[in-house]
Design a protein around this ligand. Sequence first.
Ligand SMILES: Nc1ncnc2c1ncn2[C@@H]1O[C@H](COP(=O)(O)OP(=O)(O)OP(=O)(O)O)[C@@H](O)[C@H]1O
Ligand SMILES: [Mg+2]
Length: 501
Amino acid sequence: MSNRAALLPILSLCEITRSFPGVKALAGVNLELHPGEVHALMGENGAGKSTLMRVIGGILPPDSGSMTLRGQPYRPRSPRDSKAAGIAFIQQELTLVAELSVAENLQLGRMPHRLGWVDRRELKRRAQAALDFLEIELPLDQPARTLNVGQGQMLEIARALQDQADVLIMDEPTAALSQKEAEHLFSAIRRLRAQGSAIIYISHRMEEVYDLSDRLSVLRDGATTGTWAMSQITPQQVVAQMVGRELEDSQPGPRPEAGPAVLEVKGLTRHPLVKDVSFQVKAGEVVGLAGLVGAGRTEIARLIAGADPLQAGQIQINGKAVRLASPAGAIAHGVGLVPEDRKHQGLVLGMSVQDNVSFAVLKSLAQLGWLSPQKCAGLADRYIQEMRIRTPSRQQAVGTLSGGNQQKVVMGKWLARDCKLLILDEPTRGVDVGAKAEIYRLIEEQVAAGKAVLLISSELPELLRLSTRVLVISAGRLVAEYSREEATPEKILASALAGLA
Ligand SMILES: Nc1ncnc2c1ncn2[C@@H]1O[C@H](COP(=O)(O)OP(=O)(O)OP(=O)(O)O)[C@@H](O)[C@H]1O
Ligand SMILES: [Mg+2]
């Protein structure tokens, strides 16, 4: 640290502010970034992290305050300016062009030309080099829409890393990554740091922040509360800085006796991702699906929620065989899916918080003629309060909320609806520590009321904390089952890997 501390900061921010109608998103940010450091930025959902990144990246001008880059005043007017100044960033939401190929997405805005034509060979060579740097493989000629969320995120990262930037800003890059993908990213980050790049790393995952970072700054309500070397601050102190109070560890609530099976699947099959999977979820149970990303868990969820057709097998709800031809059909049977890709499947971004929460209940209630505006408003206010959704009002368009707050609206929307079986695919992705505890509490409230929950989470501590039973899926098959008492991370991982052999 000593030789590093002697260096001048490459980027300094002084009293940066920025407001939106009804929200002071940034209220005085001070930050010094040194070359060769990974500088973590943590804060609650809506604290202003992504807004700050957009200011540094030239997407949003600040209202006041100043920035200095390599000792010179820095006032970017567009992302092009920031790029020319050697700043690259990876945004929280994916910005890929669905119909372009992986290679074209990687080279977007820098297509190699020869004699006026796009040089396809050179295009592929450069795209391959970008993937090699991250030590990952993706199909260069496939359109980006065929990638899963994790692969899309890796593509986005590979694109930003090719710029060889002096300053690199990453906004929750691992939110959609598997453990293995995340490790590729971490080793790339360490190489970039060794080359002298400065990295701002935004994340809600305490473990990886401690693993990766040299220093940490905390944002609370749009202002920095301080900067620490990682060795100077404990995770509990970080949380206290973020929320402005001590937070108790949330303990698992008591579980009711399991009731009759709400869901039973037999021989569930859809090639090549799901092979002959059978299990039950009983009333009052949270059944966790563990496995590596790509193991087939999301696909199993989609089959049960009617989003994809079965090739073989049977689904029973409350003991009766059903054919679920569409998500609407599944909902009619009381099966709700909170999808992993909230931006495309979970929300109508142009609509208000209230309308999004009411949306799921609208149909059933309106027919009965008692969905009054007051009821909708009351429902929205209840979830805004319980899940601490940060929004100026229930009328705010969901698209303007921070990423984590959008995720909370998705959850609220599905909890508001009376489902017998809730399928939750990564329910706390991008959600801060305080709100995570709230979501756990709401899930436990559901099962205490006799609902059944099928849970997918790539965060093992979360899966173990919530599940009554854990099923391990590997290469599309159910390979092991553990009770709450038996389940450990080691056993789960061993089963997941053994299933690949
Ligand atoms: N375009 C916009 N219009 C209105 N309000 C906005 C806009 N962009 C951001 N905000 C508000 O600014 C605040 C900060 O949002 P920001 O996205 O920076 O939070 P964040 O710290 O990145 O949160 P998360 O951890 O959930 O990603 C939030 O209250 C958000 O609703
Ligand atoms: Mg954000």
